[in-house]
Design a protein around this ligand. Structure first.
Ligand code: PLP
Length: 410
């Protein structure tokens, strides 16, 4: 990294803390991963094959699911789930607006109507009461997202689904291993979706995804649709898509999976340490720390704090300048995205979601993050609040163009 030698840059070089450093995990497992990759190269089986079958079985056991079906990405897993449940034009699917794009785009892709629901201000997860109020005779499914690694209120959502005869698809792409009252993410509904994108808790060396289900018929149909609806070979029973997990991804993920529990515990320890550090530094009022819902095992894919919206972008700029990696998940809620304007949602329609988008900032939480690095992150945040930077930079508003763009579109 070449930087101009300002005092900021000098301190950043010595003390920078990345949002995520994938090298540390690779360094730890390098030999095992390399020999697994060699094994696949020697076998000549690159698509599906024994590595994928073995990974499917191992993930099924880990997620407490009867069946798993590998696919090309978490986004495809959502699409496949909707296709397998025959959801399409004329149907409505309720999704949170505060999530990654794929949750809603899959619904749009199959031709169904996307219905955006509000979130709970404490957990960022979909508000079940609001979901219930959005059900119409056309509603076919609800897609709760286990956002940032914490399970949505599945008891309430499943109650609504039973009452109105709806399907539930858990978007567990950020939450592998998360639990609600002892049940694992992906095992509490008709279908669960997982992503192995490199920033997820179980990250591959490229794209990859998986579906979980405990319904035999749904599992068979998911597998059929993910392979061009073909069974037997060159006989196409339905029009599916091509979405396969490749063996190189599967073999890397199989090396990593036995370490996932340990990594999850390290993430939880880091989250607990942030809580201690923020309290010690007297920052508990300036910063709102993430809450864990009762009965939840949070797997901390992200550690997302909230601060006053007039200072959020200045804090992010200050941390960037001090070498601390952060991210905004998500700066523009989905109901305000340009591509979803035809749905007819406007700014102001989901105020809790919109406020979260203005106030949140994600801090480094990856398992290999050291205690010293965490102290540095919290020290820098303390400096921001005690310096003039928090006031002076108010006018900078790094994300202003983003918000204006969303506003223009509405
Ligand atoms: C990452 C993610 C996805 C999509 O996963 P990809 O593997 O990147 O396609 C879907 N939903 C949520 C909530 C995600 O975080």
């Amino acid at each position: 990294m070449s930087r101009t030698p300002s005092s900021n840059a000098r301190s950043a070089a010595n003390t920078s803390v990345p949002l995520l450093d994938v090298h540390r995990q690779y360094d730890e497992l390098r030999d095992d991963i390399r020999s697994a990759i060699d094994r696949v190269c020697d076998s000549g089986r690159f698509i599906l094959g024994p590595e994928c079958t073995a990974l499917e079985q191992e993930i099924a056991a880990y997620c407490h699911a009867a069946h798993t079906v590998g696919c090309a990405s978490g986004s495809d897993a959502l699409l496949l789930a909707l296709l397998a449940l025959d959801i399409g034009p004329g149907d409505e699917v309720i999704v949170p607006s505060y999530t990654f794009f794929a949750t809603a785009s899959a619904v749009w892709r199959v031709g169904a109507k996307v219905v955006f629901a509000e979130i709970d201000a404490d957990t960022f997860n979909v508000d079940a009461e609001h979901v219930a109020s959005l059900v119409t005779p056309q509603t076919k499914a609800i897609i709760p997202v286990h956002l940032f690694g914490q399970c949505a209120d599945m008891h309430a959502i499943n109650r609504i689904a039973r009452q109105f005869g709806l399907y539930v698809i858990e978007d567990a792409c950020q939450a592998i291993g998360a639990e609600l009252d002892g049940k694992r993410a992906g095992s509490m509904s008709h279908i669960g979706t997982l992503s192995f994108y490199p920033t997820k808790n179980l990250g591959g060396f490229g794209d990859g995804g998986m579906l979980t289900t405990s319904d035999d018929a749904i599992a068979t149909r998911l597998r059929l649709i993910a392979a061009h609806g073909m069974s037997p070979r060159y006989y196409h029973r339905v029009v599916g898509i091509n979405s396969r997990l490749d063996s190189l991804q599967a073999c890397v993920l199989r090396v990593k999976l036995p370490h996932l529990e340990r990594w999850t515990e390290a993430r939880a320890a880091n989250a607990a340490r942030y809580h201690e550090l923020f309290a010690e530094r007297g920052l508990a009022d300036a910063v709102r720390l993430p809450a864990t819902a009762s009965g939840c095992r949070h797997v901390w894919n992200q550690f997302v704090i909230r601060i006053d919206e007039t200072r959020r972008d200045a804090l992010r700029q200050f941390l960037t300048d001090s070498g601390v990696g952060t991210e905004i998940y998500y700066p523009v809620p989905l109901h305000m995205q340009e591509c979803f304007q035809p749905i007819g949602c406007r700014e102001g329609s989901l105020p809790i979601t919109e406020r979260a988008a203005r106030e949140t900032i994600a801090l480094p939480i990856f398992p290999e993050l050291s205690a010293a690095e965490q102290r540095r992150v919290v020290d820098r945040i303390g400096e921001f609040f005690s310096s003039n930077a928090s006031r002076k930079l108010q006018t900078v508003e790094a994300a202003k163009p983003m918000r204006q763009m969303a506003r223009r579109a509405s």
